[in-house]
Design a protein around this ligand. Structure first.
Ligand SMILES: [Zn+2]
Length: 272
C-alpha cells in the first residue's frame, strides 16, 4: 500500500528532525562548556536534578540556547580580578518561567521559601514574642532551609516594589563574575559603571540573585558574604536595589541612592 504523506505531515516531520538536531547540537555545546567550567556551571543537569524541570521541555522545541561569544576566552585572564576567567566566573542557564510563572525575583523567593521566618519550625516552637539569641539565629540558618532570603513579603521593605516582577530571566546562558568587582566599592553608580571592562554590564536583581542561589545549590558556598551588588533596576523611590551579604541567614536586599558611596556597596559584573 502506498502511503502518501500530506505536506502538513511532511513539514511536521521536518520540524521534528530540526528540533532533535538542534537539541543534539546545543547539548554538545553545553558539554563543552561544562568541561571548561567544571563546578562553575548550572545548566540542564542541575535544573533537572535540583528543581525537577527539563529546560528543553519548558521552552518547547527550542533545544538549549546556543552559547554566547563569551564561551571563547574562558581560559584567558580575567580583566576584573586577574584570575583565569573559568575559575572566577559562573555560567547559568536562565529559564523564562518556573512551573508556569515568570521567573522573576518574586518567583525566586517562592522557589526558596526557607520556610520563611514565621514558618520556620525552630521559631514556631518558641513562645510568641521571643527574641532570638545568636545560637538560635544560627540554628535558623540550618542547611535544610537553604538557600533562603533574609525577609519575605509582606514584611520586607521591598514588598510590592515593581522591580520584583519587572525583570524575568531569559532563555539564555548567563555568565556572572562570582565576586563583587574588587575595585567597585566606595563608588557612586556612575563610577562603578565606568570601571566595568568592555564586554561587561551591571546585573538586574533577578540575575544577581539567581547567580547567588544557583551557585549555592551547585556548590554549597555562599558568594558575596560581606558585600552587596548594586543592580540595574530602580526602586519606587528612584534608588537601586542592592543584593548580597549572602549567608545562612539568607540573601539580603536593600536599596541605595546612586550617589551614595559606601564600603559595602559594590558591583557584580555580568558578561554582555
Ligand atoms: Zn575574575
Amino acid at each position: 500500500m502506498e502511503i502518501i504523506l500530506s505536506s502538513a505531515i511532511k513539514t511536521r516531520l521536518y520540524d521534528a528532525q530540526m528540533i532533535a538536531r538542534r537539541a543534539l547540537i546545543s547539548a554538545a555545546a553545553e558539554g563543552n562548556l561544562r568541561r571548561v567550567l567544571g563546578q562553575n556551571i548550572f545548566g540542564l543537569a542541575e535544573w533537572e536534578l535540583l528543581y525537577g524541570v527539563n529546560p528543553v521541555a519548558v521552552v518547547e522545541g527550542l533545544g538549549l540556547p546556543l552559547l554566547p561569544d563569551w564561551q571563547i576566552g574562558l581560559n584567558d585572564q580575567c580583566p576584573i580580578c586577574g584570575k583565569i576567567k573559568k575559575d572566577c566566573h559562573f555560567a547559568f542557564l536562565g529559564l523564562p518561567e518556573f512551573q508556569g510563572k515568570p521567573l522573576n525575583f518574586l518567583r525566586l523567593m517562592d522557589m526558596h521559601p526557607g520556610n520563611g521566618a514565621m514558618g520556620n519550625p525552630i521559631l514556631t516552637g518558641l513562645p510568641q514574642g521571643t527574641t532570638l539569641n545568636p545560637q538560635q539565629m544560627m540554628a535558623l540558618a540550618n542547611q535544610e532551609h537553604q538557600p533562603r532570603f533574609l525577609s519575605y513579603p509582606p514584611t520586607s521593605w521591598f514588598s510590592n516594589e515593581p522591580w520584583m516582577t519587572g525583570q524575568s530571566l531569559q532563555y539564555r546562558w548567563y555568565l556572572g563574575h562570582q565576586q563583587i568587582h574588587p575595585q567597585s566599592t566606595r563608588k557612586t553608580w556612575e563610577e562603578q559603571l565606568a570601571i566595568l571592562p568592555a564586554g561587561y554590564r551591571p546585573p538586574f536583581a533577578v540575575e544577581e540573585t539567581a547567580k547567588l542561589i544557583f551557585y549555592f545549590r551547585r556548590n554549597s558556598i555562599y558568594l558575596n558574604t560581606f558585600l552587596y551588588s548594586r543592580c540595574a533596576d530602580e526602586t519606587i523611590e528612584g534608588y537601586r536595589p542592592i543584593v548580597g551579604v549572602f549567608s545562612g541567614a539568607g540573601v539580603h536586599t536593600g536599596n541605595a541612592p546612586d550617589i551614595h558611596k559606601y564600603v559595602l556597596f559594590g558591583l557584580s559584573p555580568f558578561a554582555v
